[in-house]
Design a protein around this ligand. Structure first.
Ligand SMILES: CC(C)(COP(=O)(O)OP(=O)(O)OC[C@H]1O[C@@H](n2cnc3c(N)ncnc32)[C@H](O)[C@@H]1OP(=O)(O)O)[C@@H](O)C(=O)NCCC(=O)NCCS
Length: 199
């Protein structure tokens, strides 16, 4: 648990941290920055992924079912939770580290089958799509081996990342300037306006 909380604590400008920084930059309060960050984090493409990972592992059930499941998921172009990362294209070092701990805990609790299921899926996703696992892939198993309910996975992530969000808020306030990116309109040019009663 200590290792997982440390690994989750801070990760530069991920979506939730960026959210907290934008809110802080408006000179809103820390509570709002953290609340906004939680909203960004709970999405399945960000911190909500490890809950979905556990769902996948439970759905697959046994090592024999893993290969057909993953090949079918890839053929159906389903996004496999726990794989891929915007920044780590060649592998997430945090995932490599947690996998070692998963191995130990699986052995201690006699749940090596789950490690086998994860291995099959990992190998095939890597070979077929070139996508390495991210931290959420082993962390789901780790929490499972620790006897935690799936509903606690995202709150645990929040518990840890609140450190990073708060540090970013403090850093932002040290030299604050409103974060206000521009957008570039690329749609159609001006069109004639038709009064609503003539449409
Ligand atoms: C994290 C994530 C959003 C980063 O995505 P990204 O680097 O911006 O990549 P994109 O969303 O632009 O996807 C690029 C391609 O890889 C594919 N891809 C990326 N992650 C994938 C995944 N987990 N499963 C299957 N395909 C995936 C996309 O479908 C896309 O394929 P295409 O070009 O054929 O359409 C993405 O990898 C993902 O959705 N992962 C699953 C959710 C997850 O584990 N989140 C936790 C992140 S720490």
């Amino acid at each position: 648990m200590d290792v997982s909380l440390t690994l989750y604590a801070e990760h530069e400008f991920n979506a939730s941290t960026f959210t907290s920084r934008v809110i802080t930059s408006t000179m809103s309060d820390l509570h709002s920055a953290i609340t906004g960050a939680i909203g960004a984090l709970k999405g399945p493409l960000h911190g909500g992924a490890n809950e979905r990972v556990m769902g996948v592992l439970q759905e697959v059930g046994s090592p024999a079912e893993a290969e057909p499941w993953v090949r079918n998921a890839l053929a159906s172009k389903v996004r496999i939770m726990g794989f891929g990362h915007r920044v780590y294209k060649k592998g997430d070092p945090r995932a490599v580290y947690l996998k070692t701990l998963c191995r130990q805990l699986a052995e201690e609790s006699g749940q090596q089958d789950l490690e086998e299921v994860a291995d099959v899926i990992e190998t095939i996703v890597q070979d077929e799509k070139g996508l390495p696992p991210n931290l959420d892939w082993p962390s789901a198993r780790l929490y499972h081996y620790l006897g935690l309910e799936v509903e606690l996975y995202t709150p645990l992530f929040v518990l840890s990342r609140v450190v990073g969000w708060s540090a970013h808020a403090i850093e932002q306030l040290d030299h604050n300037r409103l974060i206000r990116p521009r957008s570039k309109y690329v749609g159609p040019g001006p069109r004639a306006w038709v009064p609503i009663e003539q449409r």
